[in-house]
Design a protein around this ligand. Structure first.
Ligand code: MET
Ligand SMILES: [Zn+2]
Length: 746
């Protein structure tokens, strides 16, 4: 049967009211049993199919069944037999670990904030388990919907897996996929969707080699007798070598991502696609951008569709990527100004757009024209003062003066001891703190009561740090709900949503703010807290800021100006904050950039430009700081070895960086270019385990092999907000003691 003329790549799985999240957490907490859990998940799937049908995905196989309890990569790995889990609990042990088993590693999925579980490929046999996917197909059929089952493709699965050389087992894995496809065919399934985004990214191995592997694998897989029609999808960017490889394998349908941002990066993509895709293959055009929250310019999208249809006999309309990365629906929002709401499209609205585009619905086009026009004309998106300030900025890189050595001399007046100890900022967010914040939001306690509660907390945290003998103190960040939201809520140019939840991993959902216009800071955001903490102690208190790159990485970005423009604007707002902190007597300021690595483009040749603007925006925050002000930065959540030069180029005075889990491996990447002081995290704060003095001493001794004592700091891997006080007290006590021991031996 032919491919439906309109479809989507995927849909959010958590549910409009986070039903799946709640069911997962209730099950894990033992509040509901397995039957109740699976029944909730089942109802959610069926309700979702119905909803998608109501939204216009009415043709057979137009609805992708990209279902998973926790993660799509895990789901595929279990289906094709790269991993095995006999029971639901075994499956969740892979996700979350238990007392004796570590969970699978988790890492970011392409250039999104979704995290997948990383399968490990050693010499295990691949024993496919098609029942998993058949159950999904059958339950949908029982509800009278023909869904298109979903798998992550064999090349992508192995390219993302851990192990000696996972791709060496591609041929074997293809056999496992063939077995799954045969089972689907035997069940009467006519279309299956297989995602191969690995081919849009520069991974190891390089593009050409990966494309060659994909060509061989797919030619073999598509030549088996007994299988459904196959749609191969390539979300997140444009194919290069992989385009010809996949097109020549001749799947029945091939999806390409044609989002505006992809075509801006790769202007010849449409022509290359038209040239490469065989006429017998349905070209599934990912014209609706699934990666941002903006309403599409349907008329401009239709022009590309025209061109595709003129050049190819069979074109279907789809989204560029799964809608997993956007919230469910704008209609769930009641606090977004009406004019702004019209500019937005979340998952449901994007489906409506895809349907309208495919049907050339003139009414919808006219509405889209209006949204495009009002947004372009709106005063909300523009701030003349901000524009004027940004226009005055020098072009290219900026440099703080004096340079590092000069600043190091100036900062000697801080009088810090050898191997100074500090923390990364947050202290445990206790039940009481969360309650005070919630009560304040709900209006059940007054501003004054709230401030009082937070001040008490700050005072306790300061006292604790003094008692522990830490050298550089923090205020503990009790007032911050989230390190990005806290700032976005205080800056103009951002809006927040009430229900705009997006899955980050497993049951964890985040609600990213949306940058809608020029960004500015109406007033100081952090100064009062830092000032208060500093008033309580003679030790230096670090001011705490989230950097421009991280604020952007964890927000939905504008699509009407380059990201670098928003980055400069946020940087200027934060630079004002730095000046105000200095004014208030804060001599040490930390600018967190845990997401520096996350926004790194998938293609190597796009990386230098990204690193240029991201480093510039970080430097802009600190460029006018006094030489005596010590600027710290903090990085975590990724491995930074690959971009260590960029980390050095931030030109911070002190860099704290996650390192405990990898046993200080990062330090081997340091070179002469890395001049800043460095605090490799010695305490892995991701678990409640208390590191012993011996263990910490050993890590510090190891660090001293790579970093001279004059440059070494002693700190945990990250903030302590998810920790409890019991382990915090003990761990920090050990940390100070280990430092003393190491210093004594110098
Ligand atoms: C994810 S990085 C967190 C840094 C922040 N200052 C904290 O301590 O929580
Ligand atoms: Zn961190």
């Amino acid at each position: 049967m032919s491919f439906p003329h309109v479809t989507i790549e995927g849909y959010p799985r958590v549910g409009a009211n986070r039903e799946l999240k709640k069911a997962l957490e209730a099950y894990w907490a033992g509040k509901i049993d397995e039957a109740a859990f699976t029944s909730t998940a089942h109802s959610l799937r069926i309700d979702t199919y119905r909803r998608l049908r109501d939204l216009g995905l009415t043709e057979d196989y137009a609805i992708p069944a990209d279902v998973a309890y926790y993660d799509q990569v895990l789901e595929t790995a279990l289906t094709v037999g790269v991993l095995q889990a006999g029971t639901l609990d075994e499956e969740f042990t892979l996700c979350r670990g238990n007392a004796d088993t570590a969970p699978l590693e988790m890492t970011k999925w392409f250039d999104t904030n979704y995290h997948y579980l990383v399968p490990e490929v050693a010499d295990q046999a691949f024993e496919p388990n098609p029942e998993r996917i058949l159950t999904i197909v059958r339950e949908a059929a029982d509800a009278d919907v023909k869904v298109r089952p979903f798998l992550v493709g064999p090349v992508t699965l192995l390219a993302l897996a851990k192990g000696e050389n996972p791709l060496a087992r591609l041929d074997e894995l293809v056999d496992a996929y063939a077995a799954v496809l045969a089972a689907l065919a035997a069940d009467g399934v006519e279309w299956v969707q297989v995602a191969e985004p690995a081919l849009v990214a520069d991974l190891v191995p390089a593009d050409a080699e990966l494309a060659a592997l994909a060509g061989t694998a797919w030619t073999k897989l598509l030549n088996v007798d007994n299988r459904p029609n196959v749609l191969i999808t390539t979300p997140y960017g444009s194919l290069r070598e992989g385009l010809k490889a996949l097109a020549d394998a001749q799947p029945e349908a091939l999806h390409v991502s044609l989002a505006p941002s992809v075509l801006a990066e790769d202007p010849t993509y449409v022509d290359r696609v038209l040239e490469a895709v065989h006429p017998e293959t349905t070209l599934v055009a990912g014209l609706i951008d699934g990666h941002n929250v903006w309403a599409a310019n349907l008329r401009e999208r239709a022009e590309i569709l025209d061109k595709l249809q003129a050049g190819h006999p069979d074109v279907a309309v789809s989204t560029s990527v799964s809608l997993l990365h956007v919230p469910h629906t704008v209609t769930a929002e009641s606090n977004i100004p009406v004019d702004v709401a019209g500019w937005l499209a979340f998952a449901d609205e994007k489906i409506t757009e895809a349907v309208a585009l495919a049907n050339r619905d003139e009414d919808a086009f006219a509405r889209a024209d209006r949204a495009v026009r009002t947004r372009a004309e709106s005063e909300r998106t523009r701030n003349a003062e901000v524009a004027a300030r940004v226009a005055k900025l020098p072009e290219g890189q900026v440099q703080r003066e004096p340079q590092f050595e000069g600043r190091k001399e100036a900062q000697a007046e801080l009088g810090l001891p050898k191997l100074p100890t500090t923390t990364i900022g947050s202290f445990p967010q206790t039940q009481e703190i969360r309650k005070a914040r919630a009560d304040h939001r709900a209006g059940t306690i007054t501003d004054a009561q709230y401030t009082e509660a937070m001040k008490n907390e700050v005072a306790e945290v300061v006292k604790l740090q003094e008692d522990l003998g830490l050298d550089v103190l923090v205020h503990g960040e009790p007032e911050r709900n989230d390190m990005v939201q806290y700032f976005s809520e205080q800056m103009d140019g951002f809006i927040s949503t009430d229900n705009g939840w997006v899955q980050s991993y497993g049951s964890r959902c985040v609600r990213p703010p949306i940058v809608i216009g020029d960004v500015s800071r109406p007033e100081a955001m952090t100064v009062e807290w830092a000032k208060y903490a500093q008033s309580l102690t003679d030790k230096p208190v670090k001011g705490m800021l989230t950097g421009p790159v991280t604020i952007l990485a964890w927000s939905f970005k504008r699509d009407d100006v380059p990201v670098s423009v928003s980055a400069d604007q946020i940087a200027l707002a934060l630079a004002d904050e730095v000046a105000d902190l200095e004014e208030a007597g804060i001599d040490i300021i930390q600018i967190d950039e845990p997401a520096l690595r996350e926004l790194l483009p998938l293609r190597k040749d796009a990386r230098p430009e990204y690193l240029d603007w991201s480093i510039r925006s970080f430097r802009l925050v600190a460029v006018d700081a006094e030489p005596t002000t010590q600027i710290h930065t903090h990085l975590c959540y990724s491995e930074f070895g690959e971009i260590i030069d960029a980390v050095a180029a931030l030109d911070a005075d002190v860099t704290s960086i996650e390192a405990a889990r990898s046993k200080m491996e990062l330090l081997t990447d340091l070179n002469e270019g890395f001049h800043s002081d460095i605090g490799p995290g010695v305490w892995d704060i991701h678990s409640p385990r208390v590191p012993s003095v011996d263990e910490l001493t050993e890590l510090l001794t190891a660090a001293l092999k790579h970093v001279p004592a004059e440059r070494l700091w002693v700190n945990p891997d990250c903030g302590l907000k998810t920790r409890g006080y019991a382990e915090t007290n003990e761990s920090l006590k050990n940390l100070v003691e280990a430092r003393d021991r190491v210093v004594a031996s110098l």
